[in-house]
Design a protein around this ligand. Sequence first.
Ligand SMILES: Nc1ncnc2c1ncn2[C@@H]1O[C@H](COP(=O)(O)OP(=O)(O)OP(=O)(O)O)[C@@H](O)[C@H]1O
Ligand SMILES: [Mg+2]
Length: 496
Amino acid sequence: MTAPTALKTFLDDLDRFPPERLYGRVASVLGMLVEVTGLEGVLSVGGRCDVLARGDRRVPCEVVGFRDKRALLLPFGSVEGIALGCKAELAVAQPRVRPDPAWLGRVVNALGQPIDGKGPLPQGREAYPLRAAPPSAHARKRVGGKIDLGVRALNTFQTCCRGQRMGIFAGSGVGKSVLLSMLARYTASDVNVIGLIGERGREVQEWLEDELGPEGLARSIVVVATSDEPPPMRRQAVYLTMALAEYFRDHGKDVLCLIDSITRFAMALREIGLAAGEPPAAKGYTPSVFGELPQVLERAGPGVNTGSITGLFTVLVEGDDHNEPIADAVRGILDGHIVLDRQIAERGRYPAINTLRSISRTMPACNTQAQTELVTRARRLLSTYEDMGELIRIGAYKHGSDPKVDEAIKYVPDIEAFLSQDKQERADLESGYAALARVLGMDWPAEDASSGAAAQEGSATEQAAQTAGGKPIPPKNDLRRARRQKKAAGAAGEGA
Ligand SMILES: Nc1ncnc2c1ncn2[C@@H]1O[C@H](COP(=O)(O)OP(=O)(O)OP(=O)(O)O)[C@@H](O)[C@H]1O
Ligand SMILES: [Mg+2]
């Protein structure tokens, strides 16, 4: 270890201990809120205290505000056993985590403690603060090339780039968790960091075992805060998820960060805000919720060096109201949204992505002209069909009345089939375009062997790719190359 590193490690270690032991006393407990006197001079909002409850139980708490010269604390555990006069000990102000690559395959709680019964976690040498500022906007790289999400509908219609942040918006039971598990298993990322926030305990276990499975878990760290845990734990689980993602990003990894769900995180923030005496605003959410959301979500994205954090965050839209305040706020922060539609799920088409209502803001800049034209044509057909859907279904549309509608009726069932994907199937990015071209009866260039994207054995999309002939698709796309290709394609009359 070099001298500066050793010194930094020593200082980090030193940081873990408070400079001196300072105590206050519990002066009142009301609901979740614990009021402490005697420490108001040294505590600040976000600071930490350990309350020593009856039975020698140490309850970590966070300062959420001050009132009448008392510090207002919210505990990370149950308030049971906390009595008037109990000692409140000043703790380390800035909680940190010391991750290590050996954490992959493990499940932890919001405090970074293992909860999978697989023994203790090795502590890394670097301390990462749980609450960190995102890299400054000008120092950040731009989003990278396309990332293969392994889900055909997303790869083609909502193409995502490395370092992009997308929201998955859906009502309850429309397939968010299943889609997330597909993303965790199939995305071409180096590492996954997954935050499960506010789910029922039983669901978490089922999701880990049945949906994520050992294959997905092996390349992931899962942070869990279930619905029965106090709001500071649910909030901190999100901070920890981001801190772990930042650790791997800083080590040059392409990280996929999944959080299910941001809504439950916002609900935890709301509970904390209300307990601290903030006034409720939209739907009871306090103003601080809307200040906090961008700060957290901005932590995902490209880094300043090689690594990146691609973020996919679910947003629960209550009563399928896509304009509720959290959905609205999150949509404004992220680089795109994927809408899952209950009607589509009811038809049995999974993943139930509403292609027309979902967008990726990095498209079409990341596409070649041929890809853009292909996707635009498919969208146009879907849109025409949707406009006429009712008439077509009740049989009021007369074939031959409008060639555009006839064309939509001809192609849309196959496009729908293209959009559906079994959760056990992995689809790759490049062959998705060839498969869609085949559905639309368009010629498509044979795949560029150097792209290495067509290596999926036995997938339907690959077979489609094999049958398509013509010019090779240019490999990786960046903005400049895409523009060059666009020009070249224009000259060559490509894309038919
Ligand atoms: N890809 C899929 N293939 C087949 N069935 C699916 C798929 N995705 C979802 N489903 C069905 O939909 C149900 C609900 O899915 P899921 O648990 O992912 O929804 P959710 O949006 O996460 O729900 P909640 O809001 O309760 O968390 C699943 O139990 C399953 O029956
Ligand atoms: Mg779910």
